[in-house]
Design a protein around this ligand. Structure first.
Ligand code: ADP
Ligand code: MG
Ligand code: MG
Length: 906
């Protein structure tokens, strides 16, 4: 690699720009861009992302050698613009060293502030600024961050979060103060000394005093933080490749901790939880960097509107609010105006909601970061539709920007309104991330994971969260914190995950040691149920029933937009009228798969079904089938009616019969009585049904071929129901599907049975209903001979569960023993039963579609099975020109959006 590795920016100029996020990371690219559009940003430089990979190849010593000249030049560039010198005792320059990948990974990697300090530099700064408190506050922050991040300091006690915080707490306890900013200069000085001593004790090394050595240490530590546990976990959750690497941005420090005219804050151009077009954010006077998000001091609101809303939630009167908790708009009106103008400019420039960081140093505003803000699914939809209405983006951009998977949140249940009226609000926090959550209280991330694995739904309750809690947050239904505002770690991460979160519930008292939380005098233990409403910030005792979400407002508008551009239709998999109705309300255009077997499991039906299976003769079977017929018919009638006017694809009986018979003595005895034979006889027949390899055994059309009377009964039920509906003035559109075909003649023979039965039914009913006969393509042989099969099939439905199973030769039920290892070793990147394997299984599908069309140009093709609701799989189906995808009701909107995106990508 001989090309440029370091890109400078400052004073309205930059070597990079927003388009270069792959090389510079999102943070670096946007720092450059902000310079170019005239926003005040401290000067600095960015080391490209590929250097991170290089670091992992060649190691620290070598990378320093490679970068030396470029970094030295870039430091000189910053010194020039800042009119100061790195390491100087007269006029020192301090810098921050920041991580930043292509995709935003908030808080997952490391950053070091105030770098360049040692005892002499600190004294020089005191002379220059006359503000020893500020200097030693910065110094102790620096030693602390450097110790944690670069020198890898670990807490001495297990309960401590940070080795240095424990020392600070000791000092604060002696003095009886609560806030870091109230520490005296001497105490700060003392802290620096004690921190250094702790570092020497734990690592055996002295704290580095040479600023250049500090800088190299920090740069390499940022590279290393790419591979820290939480960053790896976050990438896994978000599907970010390990190969991307992080950039390193080094920039001149600006100080929010210089006193009452200085501040630091985070703001959003719109509400990241609801999407409302409302500038909002939080700030802290006389503070630095992470103070706002860390949730240690409760930050204040930026706008008056935000401040009033916050006060209302806290039950604080307007007078008290204005006096004690003024917004920035009130407290620093001039700076606020500038901030507001810049946030508007940035949103218009990026044409998307921005999440920004700023610092005010002694009355001067500086921007430190901007990015497209993480948001909830609700906010994603609202912002996209609002931006279209505001003319900032067009419809296609809106569709492309929305992430299909995120719609899932809008489909989550919400608290039942009536139940909510009766529920008891026990406390109120901030509505940090919307949704309803209900579960058992846990206090630690690893407990959350453990309880979840044992099948519990949990709510994680914390004083505050830190990036270490990521896995626990992911396992929980919701998160409740005592401290931290709307921009705290918990809030930002929860919104990104689409997880319900109530933050800053100041009245709760968390005791990690006893695993209890006290709320208004009542003590709740680990395992007690609580419920959270992330949209209002209300917390309830106990479990509150929920009800299904619905499609309305902007969500519906977005879905209507999908229909405007999509080519692939979306159907649903549904076995009951209720599911069919739900799917219809989400925009399903029919049923792509009705499994008949689920219907058999209800009381009387299962008895008749078992009788049919255990019968010793054709006569016995026919007798039992006659009992089943009316049940099946009424089931089909319900579904056809719920989907009236839309196609309903019904699959003939598919699973191995062994799955239906009783395996316990009581059940066997019952069948013996029912059928008038001995229990031994029943046991013999049950045994005879056992197979070594049931998924490859007597199932699918093999059942209908060996027992044609089953196919006959099912056809009778389907078409009989359709005839009745037609007589009632309805418009049923049944499709009859033969499963697991591998040989043309299987389909041919089943078709004969179906057609002969249809003739009889229509004659009996005195009315005819149009219907179609198709097949599933779910064995590799069916795909390979699809041209032959198409001669008898009016449509193909790709059963990708079985097709994946048989193409890979993986038993779906046994995959758990090796899949995790395969994923870890990167033999597979995803579970092929969740995400369609486009290179293998997908090729079979593509070939089968083409072969089918070569014989029957208008053959309809669709996909059913898990993949029908998975965005990348749906896109694949759209791209190879399939007619529809079918998925479970609650995934219909996700599939619709993915299908529309596929059409736009073409
Ligand atoms: P993260 O990705 O975790 O947000 P950042 O690199 O953005 O980490 O930095 C952490 C905090 O430090 C942010 O609040 C940021 O605004 C602040 N910060 C970073 N660089 C500087 C700087 N040069 N001057 C002042 N504050 C800074
Ligand atoms: Mg940041
Ligand atoms: Mg199948």
């Amino acid at each position: 690699m001989s090309e440029k590795r370091v890109y400078t920016f400052g004073n309205g100029q930059a070597e990079g720009n927003a388009q270069m996020r792959e090389r510079l990371g999102g943070k670096g690219a946007n720092l450059a861009e902000m310079n170019l559009i005239g926003i005040p940003v401290p000067p600095g430089f960015t080391i490209a992302t590929d250097v991170c990979n290089e670091y992992y190849e060649v190691g620290q010593e070598k990378i320093v050698e490679i970068l030396q000249a470029e970094v030295n030049a870039a430091v000189a560039h910053v010194e020039n613009l800042m009119n100061s010198k790195f390491g100087s005792t007269e006029n020192p320059l301090l810098v921050s060293v920041r991580s930043g990948a292509r995709a935003s990974m908030p808080g997952m990697m490391d950053t070091i502030l105030n770098l360049g300090l040692n005892d002499e530099v600190a004294e020089g700064m005191v002379r220059k600024t006359g503000n020893p408190h500020f200097v030693y506050d910065s110094y102790r922050r620096f030693v602390q961050m450097y110790g944690d991040v670069v020198l890898g300091m670990k807490p001495v006690n297990k309960e401590d979060i940070d080795p240095f915080e424990a020392i600070i707490d000791e000092v604060k306890a002696i003095r009886g103060i609560e806030l870091d900013k109230d520490l005296s200069v001497d105490e700060l000085k003392d802290l620096v000394a004690r921190f250094k001593k702790a570092i020497k004790e734990q690592t055996g090394n002295d704290f580095p005093t040479d600023p250049m050595e500090q800088l190299w240490g920090a740069i390499c530590a940022v590279f290393r933080s790419w591979m820290n546990e939480r960053a790896i976990l976050y990438r896994k959750m978000e599907g970010i490749p390990d190969e991307w690497g992080t950039a390193v941005s080094v920039m001149a420090m600006v100080f929010g901790n210089m006193g009452e005219t200085s501040a630091t804050g985070v703001c959003f151009s719109r509400d990241a939880a609801t999407g409302e077009n409302l500038f909002n954010g939080e700030y802290l006077v006389n503070a630095q960097g992470e103070d706002v998000v860390a949730g240690i001091r409760t930050p204040q609101q930026i706008t008056v509107e935000g401040s009033r809303r916050w006060a209302a939630l806290q039950g604080i009167s307007e007078e008290e609010r204005a006096a004690k908790y003024p917004s920035m708009e009130e407290a620093m009106p001039e700076i606020y105006k500038e901030l507001d103008a810049i946030q508007t400019k940035l949103e218009n420039h990026y044409r998307d909601m921005q999440d920004m960081e700023f610092t005010v140093q002694d009355g001067k505003l500086w921007f430190l970061q901007t990015r497209n803000g993480k948001r909830t699914g609700t906010a994603m939809v609202k912002i996209a539709m609002d931006l279209v209405r505001e003319g900032l983006i067009d419809e296609k951009t809106a569709l492309k920007r929305c992430e299909p998977q995120k719609l899932d949140e809008l489909l989550h249940p919400v608290f039942d309104k009536d139940a909510l009226k009766k529920a008891k609000v026990i406390t109120q926090g901030l509505p940090a991330s919307p949704g309803a959550a209900c579960g058992q209280i846990v206090f630690h991330a690893d407990d959350a994971q453990k309880w979840r694995e044992d099948g519990h739904r949990v709510v994680m309750v914390r004083i505050e969260t830190s990036p270490e809690d990521l896995a626990g947050m992911s396992a929980a239904e919701g998160i409740l914190t005592a401290r931290g505002g709307m921009t705290s770690h918990a809030a930002v991460v929860a919104r990104g995950m689409g997880k319900c979160c109530v933050s800053g519930a100041g009245a709760i008292n968390v005791n990690y040691k006893n695993k209890t939380v006290e709320i208004e005098g009542v003590v709740y233990k680990e395992g007690d149920y609580i419920s959270l409403n992330g949209s209002t910030g209300q917390v309830y005792a106990g479990e509150i029933p929920t009800k299904a979400a619905e499609l309305s407002g902007d969500f519906k508008a977005l879905m209507d937009l999908c229909d405007k551009y999509t080519k692939l239709q979306v159907r649903t998999n549904a076995d009951t009228p209720h599911d069919a109705q739900v799917a219809r309300s989400f925009g399903a255009k029919g049923i792509g798969l009705t499994r008949t077997e689920h219907m058999f499991f209800e009381d009387q039906k299962i008895v008749a079904m078992r009788e049919m299976i255990l019968a010793g003769s054709v006569e016995g079977r026919k007798k039992a089938l006659a009992k089943l017929l009316p049940y099946q018919k009424s089931d089909f009638k319900g579904i056809l009616e719920a989907m009236d006017g839309c196609p309903v694809n019904i699959r003939l009986l598919d699973p191995p019969l062994h799955e239906f018979v009783p395996h316990d003595l009581k059940g066997q005895q019952k069948m013996a009585d029912e059928m008038g034979v001995s229990v031994e006889e029943i046991q013999k027949r049950v045994e005879s049904l056992a197979e070594n390899n049931p998924m490859l055994g007597h199932r699918g059309c093999r059942l209908g071929i060996t027992f044609p009377e089953i196919t006959e009964m099912q056809t009778r039920a389907i078409l009989g129901a359709a005839c009745e509906l037609k007589k009632e003035g309805k418009d049923p559109k049944p499709e009859i599907m033969v499963p697991l075909v591998g040989i043309l003649y299987e389909l041919k023979q089943q078709k004969e049975v179906i057609l002969a039965t249809a003739k009889e039914v229509f004659a009996e009913e005195g009315i005819e209903v149009e219907f179609e006969i198709g097949t599933m393509i779910e064995t590799p042989r069916a795909a390979l001979t699809a041209n032959r099969i198409a001669s008898e099939a009016e449509y193909f439905s790709f059963g990708t569960n079985d097709l994946t199973q048989m193409t890979f030769g993986y038993s779906r039920d046994d995959i758990a023993s090796f899949l995790p290892v395969y994923l870890e070793k990167k033999i597979l990147t995803v579970d092929p039963f969740q995400v369609l394997d486009q290179n293998g299984v997908g090729q079979l599908i593509k070939m089968a579609v083409e072969k089918g069309r070569s014989v029957r140009p208008d053959i309809r093709t669709g996909i059913c099975g898990e993949h029908g609701g998975e965005p990348s799989s749906v896109k694949f189906c759209a791209k190879i020109g399939m007619d529809y995808a079918s998925c479970s009701p609650f995934r219909v909107p996700i599939a619709r959006l993915a299908a529309a995106q596929a059409a736009l990508e073409d």
